[in-house]
Ligand binder design. Structure first.
Ligand code: SF4
Ligand code: SF4
Length: 510
């Protein structure tokens, strides 16, 4: 879920006529002072950070004069909140609060419907309110076709004991919030507290809106850079990883950078899972060995080898990790050797210098492990491959043993790839390029690329050289699935004439 900052959420509420306190964001103390002067009354200064409990962290302050507002902004701007820096503060009028409520519209996955909630008590989290005052919280599911009707919203409010004009006003506000949630495809749209001022008006004093990841592309106006719920701005590598995911619809690639500025020997592991539950179990196994995670990554849902390759390259760019651990679901239906080839290509290109333990359980796991273990002839660090019957704990213990042993081999240093003498080239669906050097291929006996090509789109021409048996346009549209066999199997069994170039925008420059 992609979360909006408070000031962004309030702009959406304003669009649907829900009153919010007068004010706007400031990037500097001077701007904060100017906004406070414009408002001409005591203000609140609020750090724009995706965390709860901002007040306790010093991220919400009252200011009675513009100078106080500037001083509060000065303290907050640049403040570290859960590892990220506050870059903006919201300066807005102080409200004269008579009463607080909670209103929320949340997608209830179990019911497959929006759930509208109202509480006649606000301020703290809705779970705490519901636990302490169950009679003050009312909920209802909404029919997505007919939407939330005025009478339904008023009824909901009535169930908490509120009547008369306040009931009507709150009902109208609930309907407006429901429209905000539907229009912006929010997973959750909550106003807490919703404040009634001493003159009887209703204001959204704070709000939290998260947009469905899969709907973000329909709302470019929201300026959401990455459709993930981070509690901080994304790192450069997270941006790079997200661009990979956005450019390739096949399978899922989820990347979170968990550590920055660490040194070798501090016990950070590049973690690469595959499949939600299995990834979690495997992550726990690494932590039980006393290590910390530099990354949490998941490539699952039948990702192509190229996606696994790009994921591994990004993991290896995170910093001086002590080891690489790949493990996820033990019973994947996809042929596991595709992932193995992606990992092998990345390890060779990066000349892997830390131990890697990879558990690729599931379909064709024997072949996957064979591919993984062959990479030991090309990189200095040991790589071990395991299957579904090898538990995550066993595999994590193997990684620990390899790290402690600290042994590196004399592997041949990476050689720059020679310019192909007779290149035969075509493009792939993610902007990659497959090249066969026909000068090399002419002396190759195995022609293993043709045999191992996942989609059988390669054939030998009259000269016995690998060429496409479809058009280059068809290959580019996705018939070449970037399985990497024509590079990896060629390296292991052929003459080294096949190469797949897969760009990762931003990585090589990062
Ligand atoms: S296996 Fe490699 S060298 Fe042999 S024909 Fe295929 S691409 Fe060329
Ligand atoms: S040409 Fe065939 S072997 Fe090579 S990457 Fe594409 S699908 Fe795989």
């Amino acid at each position: 879920m992609a979360r909006l900052h408070e000031h962004q959420g309030k702009a959406l509420l304003r669009e649907f006529k829900i009153a919010v306190p007068q004010g706007r964001v400031a990037n500097t103390p001077e701007e904060a002072r100017a906004i406070a002067e414009e408002i001409g009354e005591p203000v609140m200064v609020k750090a724009q950070a995706w965390v709860t409990g901002r007040a306790e962290m010093g991220g919400i302050k009252k200011a009675t004069t513009p100078d106080e507002a500037a001083a509060a902004a000065e303290k907050m701007l640049g403040m570290k909140v859960k590892g990220f820096t506050v870059e903006q503060v919201l300066v807005e009028e102080q409200l004269d609060i008579a009463r607080e409520f909670y209103v929320g519209v949340i997608v209830d996955d179990r019911a497959q419907a929006p759930l509208v909630m109202f509480s006649s008590v606000g301020g703290t989290g809705i779970e705490e309110i519901a636990a302490a005052h169950p009679d003050k919280v009312a909920r209802m599911h909404v029919d997505i076709i007919t939407g939330l009707q005025d009478y339904q919203a008023r009824n909901l409010v009535r169930r908490t004991g509120i009547s008369g004009r306040l009931q009507r006003n709150l009902g109208g506000l609930l309907v407006a919030l429901y429209k905000v949630a539907r229009t912006y495809e929010a997973r959750a749209a909550e106003i807490n507290p919703l404040v009634q001022t001493t003159d009887g008006k209703l204001y959204a004093a704070d709000c939290r809106i998260t947009v469905d990841d899969y709907a973000v592309f329909r709302h470019p106006d929201l300026g959401i850079e990455i459709a993930r719920e981070y509690d901080r701005p994304p790192t450069e590598l997270e941006r790079i990883a997200y661009a990979v995911e956005a450019n390739d619809y096949r399978g899922t690639f989820y990347f979170i950078q968990m550590a920055h500025d660490f040194e070798r020997g501090e016990g950070y592991i590049g973690f690469h899972g595959a499949g939600g539950g299995g990834s979690m179990m495997s992550m726990d196994a690494v932590l039980r060995q006393g290590y910390k995670l530099a990354t949490f990554v998941d490539t699952s849902g039948n990702p192509p080898a190229s996606k696994v390759y790009r994921a591994a390259r990004i993991i290896l760019a995170v910093g001086p990790i002590d080891g690489y651990f790949g493990s996820g679901s033990g019973v994947a239906s996809q042929e596991q050797f595709h992932s193995a080839r992606g990992l092998v290509k990345a390890f060779i290109e990066e000349h892997l210098s830390v131990p890697a333990v990879i558990r690729l359980g599931g379909n064709a796991e024997d072949k996957a492990v064979e591919i993984l273990e062959r990479v030991n002839d090309y990189v200095p660090a040991p790589v071990e491959g395991y299957k579904k019957d090898d538990s995550p704990d066993f595999c994590a213990a193997r990684l620990d043993a390899l790290i402690k042993a600290g042994e590196l081999r004399d592997a041949p240093p990476p050689q720059p790839r020679p310019e192909p003498q007779r290149p035969y080239t075509f493009e792939t669906v993610t902007g990659g390029t497959v090249t066969f050097d026909h000068a090399v291929c002419s002396g190759c006996e195995s022609k293993v690329c043709v045999e191992e090509c996942a989609r059988q789109i390669l054939s030998l021409n009259e000269e016995g050289l690998p060429v496409l048996n479809i058009t280059p346009e068809e290959a580019k549209k996705g018939r070449c699935v970037e399985c990497l066999a024509c590079e990896v199997e060629c390296l292991f069994h052929g003459a080294g004439g096949g190469y797949v170039h897969l760009p990762i925008p931003g990585l090589d420059e990062a």
